[in-house]
Write a new protein. Structure first.
Lengths: 288, 314
């Protein structure tokens, strides 16, 4: 696995395999809470897909090894810009987007560009893309151990967001704790914590852009939604609500529900989720 | 000719054919001359279509599965057949066999006789009930189940009779088209060829004889429906008890007006609570017939389910 850092806008990413291009956008937010987000979480899926795809796994701005200096750089518009810029620099004219959680919302925003840039869009446990009605209070993660950058706190969060903790291997927990505890990680956490209100507003604005686009314009790219039956952040009914919202899509749209997994279906059952993504890519390629 | 000679002679007659399927053959299943077609090699797959006998304005038949049959035959042993009193298969010999339980027994007899080993059963609509009931009764014959838009297998108010009640024309090609266009969201899937195959079934003398049996003896309202209601209650109880112990894929078209998605979600939730290997796949812009309205998507999704079951022993 190779990590490159590119200028002018730095966006750390890995690039592996060959075949149709799949761009992976991880979930989570900047900082250590609720978990230290980075592309590393998607490694099991990336490795499986890389056998017959070119997989570009991005650290979103302010996550993993990608920097963010200002609050604007933690927002969705900036993420759209820099991911688009990275694809340009890599010479990727067409790709399949796969986004998890917050990355699912980002994927749907990027997919508004339509073809030829985006051939298909898969949203996995996209809790921030799904309609929720009144913002639900998140009791599930209410009493996270301190400090949140500790390995113990990271493990606690991932365990509570999973159906079973079998995927919480040492390597992953070490990586997350190291990221959260590094100098850059601490700086970004400080930045994010100083702008909580701004970032919440930015999220609502991003959701507005998704909902408005789906309602008034509608997508032209195939969309697959993958939901877990036991995602504490988003029950299946929210996935159904997102599907209803996206029914204006003129291309194929489907919802795949995976049994007995939580917020990380691609970690709990990577083989099954890789097959779902592979199918979505295959059907979209055949259509294109 | 003796009765036996007549029967032997009937089995030798050349079977009628569906234009979308390969040539069929006759198989004697519990004394009923049964229309069967098969193709491919690999683990066996048997498909059960929807509808029941007694439909005068439209008639389903094994042809309904054609896109799935051809898609899955690439890597499986695929078998489709006509149910008693439907398609080209004999009508029940006895009036008391115009029941769903007799249709289920016919499937079990067919599976027993075919000696295919445990099969992947795929059932649509009423066929989803039949496949599930068969699995509950004889789990030894079934390796996995796929249930497609089956209102019959779920509780709640059925909207079938509302959507399809009082067709505006008598039995004709037009009534066939009207029924299937009412079922489907993607009405382009109701091709002339599709209509023609259904119309061929309706005109078949054996199918007409079954219609007469049913009409002259009030068998629908007096026998089939009340018996199905009893069996269905028992079946739903068994499902609630977790007796369906086979990997199951539930497939649903989101825009089905006759079996709303809420029923598919409820069925999945119940099955998933008992059986880990339960999945749900919902497709948009799709009514009652995902395998005709989105055939490529359907084959892709089912193939993955079968492969998962074939390659993972737990």
């Amino acid at each position: 696995m190779t990590t490159e850092t590119t200028t002018p806008v730095e966006l750390a990413h890995t690039d592996r395999g060959s075949g149709p291009v799949v761009v992976l956008l991880h979930g989570g937010t900047t900082g250590a809470a609720p978990y230290a987000a980075s592309a590393a979480l998607l490694d099991p899926l990336a490795d499986l897909l890389a056998t017959d795809h070119r997989v570009v796994a991005v650290d979103r701005p302010g996550c993993g090894a990608s920097p963010a200096e200002t609050r604007e750089q933690l927002g969705y518009r900036h993420a759209e810009d820099v991911v688009g810029g990275l694809l340009d620099r890599l010479g990727i004219a067409a790709c399949h987007l796969v986004g998890h959680g917050e990355g699912g919302l980002l994927a749907l925003l990027l997919a508004q560009a339509g073809s030829p840039r985006v051939t298909s869009c898969t949203v996995i446990a996209g809790h921030e893309a799904a309609p929720t009605g009144d913002s639900p209070s998140q009791l599930r993660l209410a009493h996270q151990p301190r400090p949140v950058a500790s390995r113990r706190a990271q493990a606690w969060t991932l365990e509570r967001l999973s159906y079973t903790p079998h995927h919480l291997v040492d390597g992953l927990l070490d990586t997350l704790a190291a990221q959260a505890g590094s100098e850059a990680g601490v700086a970004r956490t400080t930045l994010a914590e100083a702008h909580t209100g701004y970032l919440r507003t930015d999220l609502l604005a991003a959701k507005d852009r998704l909902f408005g686009f789906a309602r008034d314009t509608g997508y032209d790219v195939p969309i697959t939604l993958v939901w877990g039956t036991h995602d504490p952040l988003s029950p299946v009914e929210r996935g159904v609500a997102l599907m209803d919202l996206l029914a204006t899509t003129r291309a194929p749209l489907d919802l795949q529900v995976v049994n007995r997994v939580g917020h990380f279906p691609f970690r709990e059952r990577p083989g099954e989720v890789a097959e779902l993504v592979r199918s979505a890519v295959r059907l979209a390629e055949a259509r294109a | 000719m003796t009765a036996l000679a007549v029967e032997v002679d009937r089995m030798r007659q050349s079977p009628p054919r569906y234009s979308e399927l390969p040539e069929g053959r006759w198989v004697d299943v519990g004394g009923l001359r049964t229309w069967v077609a098969s193709a491919g090699t690999g683990t066996p797959v048997v498909m059960v279509y929807g509808g029941s006998f007694g439909g005068a304005g439209a008639a389903s038949g094994a042809y309904a599965w054609a896109p799935t049959f051809h898609g899955l035959a690439e890597d499986h042993r695929v078998l489709v057949f006509d149910k008693p009193g439907q398609g080209f298969t004999d009508k029940p010999h006895r009036l008391e066999d115009y029941t769903m339980s007799a249709v289920v027994q016919h499937l079990l007899d067919l599976l027993d006789q075919a000696r295919l080993g445990p099969v992947h059963l795929i059932g649509h609509s009423r066929g989803g009930y039949i496949a599930t009931r068969a699995t509950l009764l004889r789990p030894d014959l079934v390796s996995s189940l796929t249930i497609v838009n089956s209102g019959t297998l779920t509780s709640g108010v059925g909207t079938n009779e509302v959507v399809l009640g009082g067709p505006p024309m008598g039995p004709s090609r037009e009534s066939v088209r009207w029924v299937y266009e009412s079922y489907m969201h993607n009405t382009a899937a109701v091709t002339d060829e599709f209509v023609e195959q259904s119309w061929a079934v309706i005109q078949h003398p054996e199918y007409q004889a079954a219609l007469r049996d049913i009409r002259e003896n009030d068998l629908m309202a007096n026998l089939f429906l009340p018996e199905l209601a009893k069996d269905k209650r028992e079946t739903l109880t068994w499902l609630a008890e977790g007796r369906l112990q086979r990997p199951t894929l539930v497939v649903w078209g989101r825009d089905d007006r006759t079996a709303h998605l809420s029923r598919g979600l409820g069925l999945f939730e119940q099955l998933a609570s008992w059986e880990r290997r339960t999945s749900l796949a919902v497709t948009d812009k799709c009514g009652h017939f995902p395998y005709r309205e989105h055939p490529r998507w359907f084959v892709e999704r089912v193939r993955r389910h079968l492969s998962e079951v074939d390659h993972h022993d737990y």
